[in-house]
Each structure stands twice: as structure tokens, then as C-alpha cells.
Design a protein around this ligand. Structure first.
Ligand code: SAH
Length: 240
């Protein structure tokens, strides 16, 4: 074997490993990152609902995150989605969803579609999801993504979620992903008997997560944890 031939053969494995590595850098292994996220951020913190775990293992969070933040899609943080809004931290999505104690046949209302990620998680668990977004561009982007991903059980509306969605009320569960200073009366009214409402309530960027349950027409109030959500906006400007 000539020296030059030996040289080529010697370097071949390194070349192959290098090529594979650069391929991996170009195409991150989102599936692996997602399974790790569920294990380390969701299961390890006590979330147990099997349907929810399955949904979080399946829904491709990176598809709901702007291109430039995709590498961070499975990290333990909220991320910007444009228009000054954010997609919630994965654990907060899981915690709020688990507290709703969802069943397959439940009809769920979400206020604050944003990226659409939370709605997609709900749509994996329940037959029908209704979601309202006040910022048209975000609502339209989410609707397009739902179509692309085949979520035909998510019904979208651009409008002020403070008012709920009377046409389809009552709802078995309501989840609010933006924070008003008080719980909107229309949402309390649109909650079904035995229904659950999860909502961040309080001053801008410093709220408590509240779980309301309707039993025999009365609302039972439970504080969960302190949270930081974007404020609930009024359609004419300002916040609730
Ligand atoms: N659930 C979203 C989180 C988005 S952040 C997700 O999974 O990505 C909260 C969203 O609530 C923002 O998109 C914001 O525009 C929207 N929002 C704020 N006030 C609202 C209102 N009054 N009605 C409906 N949506 C509202």
C-alpha cells in the first residue's frame, strides 16, 4: 500500500463522522429534545396524566416557535412569538392542562391562542377546542398551522376573549393564557356545571394562578402558584 493510499483510508472514518456531525448540527434532533423535555421538565415535576404526557411527547413545539428561536424550543423557558407576546414555558402548559382534569368528550375554551401550542396540546386530549386571539396576525398564523398539522377539531376566532364565546357555551373547561386583574364575569357564566377554569389573575407580570370549579352553580376558588403572564388586552387599547 502506498503512503498516499494509506493516508486516504486512514482519514475516511474521520471524514464520515465529521459529515454526520455537521448534518446533526444542521438538523437538530427535535424528537430526542422533546422526549428529554417531557422527562426532565414535566414528569420529574410530578405531572402524571397519561393523555397529557402523550400529547406533550407528540406535539412538535418547535413548529410553534419562530424560526430564530427553534433551537430553544425545548428549553425550560417561555419564548417570544412576535407582537410582544410569548409562548408559555412547557411546564406551565402542562400544569395548567393537568389542573383542568380533561376528558376526551370535554369541550374546552382557550383565551389567548398565541402560537397555538397550548391549543394543539388540548386538541390531542379533547374532541373539541375553541380558541380566541385578540391580535389578528397571531390568530391567522396559528389557524394556518392548525390546518397544516391537521387539527380540524380546533375552532379559532379573532376577538376579545374577555367576553368568552357565547355561541358555543357552556364549556367543560376554560384556560386563560393572558392575565386580567379580575376574573372575567362572562367566563364564569360560560363555565358548565362541574366545569374547571384555570386563569392567571393579578397585576401586570405578577399574578397568581387560580383554579375555579363550578359545583351546584357555585364557584370554588383555589390558588395554585405565583406566575408571570402577559396582560389581557382590551380591543380598544389598554389592559383588563
Ligand atoms: N396559549 C399561547 C400563549 C400566548 S401568550 C401559546 O400557547 O402560545 C397570550 C396570548 O393572549 C397572546 O397571544 C395575546 O395576544 C393574547 N391575548 C391578550 N389579550 C387577549 C384577549 N383579550 N383576548 C384574546 N387573546 C388575548
Amino acid at each position: 500500500m502506498s503512503f498516499s493510499k494509506f493516508n486516504k483510508l486512514f482519514f475516511l472514518p474521520f471524514l464520515l463522522v465529521g459529515m454526520l456531525f455537521s448534518q446533526a448540527v444542521r438538523q437538530p434532533d427535535y424528537d430526542l429534545q422533546r422526549q428529554k423535555m417531557v422527562q426532565e421538565q414535566i414528569s420529574a415535576r410530578g405531572v402524571r396524566d397519561p393523555a397529557l404526557i402523550k400529547a406533550m411527547q407528540k406535539v412538535e413545539r418547535h413548529r410553534f416557535v419562530p424560526e430564530k428561536y427553534r433551537a430553544l424550543a425545548y428549553t425550560d423557558h417561555p419564548l417570544p412569538i412576535g407582537e410582544g407576546q410569548t409562548i408559555s414555558q412547557p411546564y406551565i402548559v402542562a400544569l395548567m392542562t393537568e389542573l383542568l382534569e380533561l376528558h376526551r368528550t370535554d369541550k374546552v375554551l382557550e383565551i389567548g391562542t398565541g402560537s397555538g401550542y397550548q391549543a394543539a396540546i388540548l386538541a390531542e386530549i379533547c374532541d373539541s377546542v375553541f380558541t380566541i386571539e385578540i391580535i389578528p396576525s397571531l390568530g391567522q398564523n396559528a389557524q394556518q398551522l392548525f390546518n397544516e398539522l391537521g387539527y380540524h377539531n380546533i375552532h379559532c376566532k379573532i376577538g376579545d376573549g374577555y367576553l368568552g364565546w357565547l355561541e358555543y357555551a357552556p364549556f367543560d373547561a376554560i384556560i386563560v393564557t393572558c392575565a386580567p386583574s379580575k376574573i372575567p364575569e362572562p367566563l364564569k357564566e360560560q363555565l358548565a356545571e362541574d366545569g374547571r377554569l384555570i386563569i392567571p389573575v393579578g397585576a401586570a407580570y405578577a399574578q397568581e394562578l387560580v383554579l375555579l370549579t363550578k359545583q351546584k352553580g357555585k364557584l370554588i376558588h383555589k390558588s395554585v402558584i405565583p406566575v408571570r403572564f402577559v396582560p389581557m388586552l382590551r380591543s380598544g387599547g389598554g389592559v383588563y
